[in-house]
Ligand binder design. Structure first.
Ligand code: ADP
Length: 258
């Protein structure tokens, strides 16, 4: 179980030469990167760049065409159960069943992860995300901010080493989005864990992520500190750089080579 597993000294996530082809389309085309302990890595790129395909391969939902994924030292292809027991995920497009209460949802997911002393663990995440008063409320009637807090509580139930967050603050008002960012930063800072975060909000990315990768057409085009990258590529802001990468990736790549 993740609680008892001895932390490996290497990266939390290691992705090597990952590829996914759909016929002649290379959705992910030879991507290599890692996420270190305590690190929040931003995975950026325009629609169709290959972010979701990459995340789905790390979650074990999609089989890579080739390449290697290791989570906390466990090769996903060979030690799938151990690797995935150390992983969790939250995304707006994957809401929890709305007809179950908050506590029922946490119990179902906790049982799927075979979490020991599940009752205590549920109480802990309910308290952590200020959800105690909603324990018997059906998820479907909660506000989007409350639903996001439940999704994060579920994502932290198994005390994952690797937390994948796909647009975790989309559709939240600024004050709730700020609370969510603070909770994720605290999670990354205190545990033996790393976070892979996708977002289209470049201000948020600059604030939260220690490092970012820009994907374009399934390849990593740029990588670095989101606060330093715009200046290195003669752009005013991360958003300007994002737009440039989306519109003219070849120009960016040749500037990089200069
Ligand atoms: P992103 O999440 O960055 O928007 P995706 O990973 O969803 O990008 O898609 C990357 C590319 O792979 C796109 O060109 C998309 O059309 C293609 N693609 C994704 N899933 C499939 C699929 N099941 N069959 C064929 N092509 C796909």
């Amino acid at each position: 179980m993740p609680h008892d597993a001895t932390p490996s000294p290497g990266p939390i996530l290691s992705v090597s030469q990952l590829r996914k082809h759909y016929g002649k389309t290379a959705a992910v085309d030879g991507v290599s990167f890692s996420v270190a302990t305590h690190e929040i890595l931003g995975l950026l790129g325009p629609n169709g760049a290959g972010k979701t395909t990459t995340i789905n391969m790390i979650l074990g939902v999609l089989e890579p065409t080739s390449g290697m994924i290791a989570i906390d030292g466990c090769d996903l292809a060979r030690r799938r159960r151990q690797a995935l027991s150390r992983t969790n995920f939250a995304a707006v497009y994957a809401p929890l069943p709305g007809n179950l209460t908050v506590a029922q949802n946490l119990r179902v997911f906790g049982m799927l992860y075979a979490i020991p002393a599940l009752g205590e663990r549920i109480e802990a995440v309910l308290a952590e995300f200020d959800l105690l008063r909603f324990r018997n409320t059906k998820c479907g009637v909660l506000s989007s901010g409350e639903q996001t807090r439940v999704a994060l509580a579920k994502a932290l139930l198994n005390q994952p080493r690797l937390l994948l967050l796909d647009e975790p603050t989309a559709s939240l008002d600024p004050s709730i989005a700020r609370e969510i960012r603070a909770a994720i930063r605290e999670f990354a800072a205190r545990g033996h864990a790393g976070v892979l975060w996708t977002s289209h909000n470049m201000i948020e990315v600059s604030e939260v992520c220690h490092r970012v990768l820009f994907l374009s057409h399934g390849r990593i085009l740029l990588e670095g500190d989101p606060r330093a990258l715009p200046g290195e590529h003669r752009r005013q802001s991360l958003e300007d750089l994002f737009v440039a990468v989306a519109r003219e990736p070849l120009t960016i790549r040749s500037a990089e080579a200069d």
